[in-house]
Design a protein around this ligand. Structure first.
Ligand code: MG
Length: 98
């Protein structure tokens, strides 16, 4: 297999295949699991002061991947996600007075 560059344009084919293979219900369940796993790693880091950067990175990657699938399952466009984030960042900038 040829080496791939990576990026959502390419990864989305795999996201779609995962949704088609396992179904929406299963993938929504995975989303809850992955979010919970990230929460656990954040708690280890903040409450127990554990040095768990590798685990945090792993869970952050899992959450990005499954959130991408959630985005696809709910038929949100890249533009909708971009605009929603942009609005929130602008609101944050206002609160930060920057
Ligand atoms: Mg995970």
């Amino acid at each position: 297999m040829a080496k791939k560059q990576g990026g959502w344009a390419e990864w989305d084919k795999t996201m779609l295949k995962a949704i088609q293979t396992w179904g929406r219900s299963k993938q929504f369940g995975i989303a809850i699991e992955e979010l919970t796993e990230l929460i656990k790693q954040i708690l280890k880091h903040t409450n127990r002061g554990e040095e768990n950067r590798a685990e945090l990175l792993d869970e952050i990657a899992d959450v990005y991947i499954i959130l991408r699938q959630v985005k696809i399952m709910l038929a949100f466009t890249d533009a909708e996600i971009h605009n929603a984030i942009h609005k929130k960042v602008e609101r944050l900038r206002t609160r930060l007075e920057i």
